[in-house]
Every structure is written in C-alpha cells, then in structure tokens.
Design a protein around this ligand. Structure first.
Ligand SMILES: Cc1ncc(COP(=O)(O)O)c(C=O)c1O
Length: 421
C-alpha cells in the first residue's frame, strides 16, 4: 500500500522529498487539510456566531467526502459528530460512546475527578512504569489529592509489560487500571487475551479498566467492546494525521461518571445558565470543559478519512509488512531490536538499540531520512501508509552502513532547534 499522494510530503532545504518515518510523533498532513482550514475561515466569516448552530458539514457530505449525508451540523455538535462518524469506526464502538477531546490529559483529568471511580474501600490505581506522562503524572497528582494508593508495575526484564505482575496486582481494592494498548517506549502491543483477563479481574472487583490507545487507534483495527475496556483514550495526531488539539474518549455504554471537572459545555442546559451545574444526560458529553476550540476540529479527521477508506485491516496488514521488512533488515545487519518481533505483539513502531542513537538520527536526517532517538540509545521509526517499500530499504541501508562504518559518530548534533525530535 502506498497512499503517498493523499499526503503532503515534507521536503529538505534543497526541495527534495524526505523519508518521513515518525508517524508515532505527528503524522503527515493530508492534502485536504488546507481546504478544510479555508472552510473554517469561511464558515466563521459567513456565519459568525450562527456557525455554532449550523454550518454545512465539511466532515461528511462535503467536497472532501462525497457521501452526501448529514448536510448540516453546528460547531456545538462537532465533538459528538466526530466521535460517532470517525472515532467510533476506529474503535469498533457503537454510536453514542465516543467524543472528541482536546488531549488525553484533559480526558484523564475528567475521569479522575469523577466520584464514581473511587469508593471508601476501593482506592487503588494500577498503572505500568512506561505509561505516558499524561496518565502517569496525572494519577500521581490525584493520588496526593484524594489519598489514593498507587501501584506502578515495573517492566519485566525484557523491558515489556510484566503481564503476570499486572494480573497479580488486581484485587478487591482496585478502583482503576490504566494500561497503554501499545507502549510508546517499547512499541509493544498488549495481546487481546491479556486485556480481556485484566478487564474481567478489574470488573470482578468493581473497578474500571482504561486503555490509552494513542499508538493503536488508526494504525490497526481495535474492537473496544471485545477488549472489555470501560474507557479508551487516544489522539488523532499520529497515524491519524490530525494536528494538535485532536484527541478522543470512548466511554462504554452504561458506565456512569460525573466528572467534577466538567464545564458548561458538558452541562445539561448550558444556555439556561442555572445557578447549579446539572450533568448532561449523555455521559460522554460530560467530558467537555469550557468552549471547545473548533478550529482544530477542521483538521481532525482528514487523515482518519483516508485510513477508513483504505480499510483498517489493510492499513494494519501494510504496517506489519513494512515492519517485517525492517525487522528482517535489522536481523541481517545484526542490529538489536528492542520492539517486539511477533506480529501480534507489534505496534506500528520499530525500535533499534544502537550506539550514539542521537548522532545516528542526525546523520540520517542529513541524508533525508527522518527518525527519532531516545536517551541516546534507541532509534525509533514507523514506516506507514505514506512510505514506499523502497523508503524502508533506504532507511535500513543507511542504518546498516552507519553501523558498519561508524560514520555517524562524527555527525554533529543539531545546535539549534527545539526539544522535539
Ligand atoms: C501513549 C500516549 N498517550 C498520550 C499521548 C499524548 O497525550 P496528550 O494528548 O495529553 O498530549 C501520547 C503522545 O505521544 C502517547 O504516546
């Protein structure tokens, strides 16, 4: 699969297209985004305040999508519309369960603020040590605030999630278990059989099971109901190719939560301006805070649209094929792989352990191959739908050359630029 022509490919200083392998940080911009942003300006210009009530829908039935349904929507209803029409298909979730969010952090704060999550005798939160900070730091803050007990399960000797240790931790005091569906430092995808066990044990104790699927959703099909997750969080910036300000939450039907951090957009009667808050009858809508930033929603799902059109099974098959190619090349060159080999345990990301990974990353970048490095030891790359097989080969030709010759050791580290690699 090569959906390259659906995306804008970045170029180097000489105008040559680069090999972008950092889908795990920020996906490439879909070609339809500039038209959508122009639409935002036009909707605002032509309708002003009334755009909150009605705009011609640009998300379904627009010139970027010929379905012709849902002729009108309003900015007010976009969080649900995007949830139902674009996030739910990514997760195999029913309509009415998914909602746009500005970030995972936002959704986690809302969740932890809900009194239903904890009871007098059920106050333990379980996470793993390589949870993303939006989860890991948040539960530490709330632990202090609410006097919770927190269990951070260390990784196993292989660096992956210690599944037995997670299962052993779950007991009658477990209120909340939050796991990463695919680990951002390991590329490890947790198997369905393990997740369903976690769900069953957590539910037996009356707790909630949360999955952070930022590195899973949009790179593979997810069947959230089969996994037994009560909440599934994620974002659309990476393989989904939305830009910043686009994340989501799924709340299983029947889960009752009344976040204290909800805002007037999550109120039952926002324009009644009541003296007391009244939770919206739709639980997912309670995850909204203040006025939603609508501009980001115009670029939220252009990438998701491409992936859904291609079919998530095909997207996953393509990703597995490209990562298999990378693994074969790494093995042939004797490069240690730190992400899983087995297809069912793989996400979309490959991680190599190499000496001077930061210099290798800079050396590759100077040759038009964009990867990232972590802790000076790990080189991460994720060949995705916009990469050709030849690009994967080129990346590994260069990595193997650097490993053989040590050429990258002399590569200068970038002197300027920000912290994002
Ligand atoms: C697993 C995971 N969760 C969450 C996030 C982002 O969280 P937030 O939306 O709060 O910035 C990332 C970003 O890289 C991530 O990898």
């Amino acid at each position: 699969m090569n959906l390259r022509d659906r995306y804008a490919i970045p170029t180097d200083d000489d105008g040559h297209e680069v090999v972008e392998l950092r889908a795990f940080t920020h996906g490439l911009m879909p070609q339809t985004v500039p038209a959508m942003m122009e639409r935002f300006c036009r909707d605002w210009q032509e309708r002003g305040v009334d755009a909150w009530n009605a705009v011609e829908t640009r998300w379904v039935g627009s010139e970027t999508n010929e379905e012709g349904e849902d002729g009108e929507t309003g900015w007010w209803r976009l969080p649900e519309l995007l949830g139902d029409r674009f996030v739910a298909p990514l997760l195999g979730a029913p309509a009415g369960t998914c909602l746009w969010q500005p970030s995972v952090h936002h959704a986690v704060q809302h969740l932890l603020s809900a009194p239903e999550v904890f009871a007098e005798d059920r106050r333990e939160v379980v996470v793993t040590e390589n949870a993303f900070p939006s989860v890991l730091h948040s539960v530490q803050r709330w632990k202090d605030l609410l006097g919770l007990s927190l269990t951070v399960v260390p990784a196993g000797a292989d660096g992956f999630v210690d599944r037995e240790a997670v299962l052993d931790t779950l007991g009658p005091e477990t209120a909340l278990v939050a796991l990463s569906h695919v680990g951002f430092t390991t590329g490890e995808r947790l198997p369905d059989s393990f997740l369903t066990k976690v769900a069953a044990r957590t539910h037996r104790a009356g707790g909630l099971f949360v999955l952070d699927g930022y590195h899973a959703a949009a790179s593979m099909p997810v069947q959230v109901e089969e996994l037994g997750a009560d909440l599934y969080l994620g974002g659309l910036l990476k393989e989904g190719s939305g830009s910043a300000g686009n994340a989501f939450v799924y709340v299983r039907e029947g889960v009752e939560l009344t976040p204290r951090l909800t805002g007037w957009f999550g109120n039952a009667a926002p324009f009644a301006f009541q003296q007391r808050p009244e939770p919206h009858p739709d639980v997912r809508r309670r995850f909204l805070g203040g006025t939603t930033p609508v501009a980001s929603m115009y670029h939220a799902v252009e990438g998701v649209r491409i992936l859904l059109e291609a079919g998530l099974d095909a997207v996953r098959a393509d990703s597995l094929e490209k990562t298999a190619r990378g693994i074969a090349r790494a093995e042939a060159a004797g490069l240690p792989l730190r992400s899983p080999r087995a297809a069912e345990q793989r996400g979309a990301m490959l991680i190599l352990e190499v000496e001077a990974a930061d210099r290798l990353c800079a050396w590759l970048k100077a040759r038009g191959v964009y990867t990232d490095s972590r802790q000076g030891r790990f080189l991460r790359m994720a060949p995705f739908v916009w990469n050709s097989e030849a690009e994967v080969e080129r990346a590994f030709d260069l990595v193997a050359e650097a490993d053989r010759t040590g050429a990258h050791h002399k590569a200068p580290l970038p002197e300027t630029g920000g912290p994002v690699t």
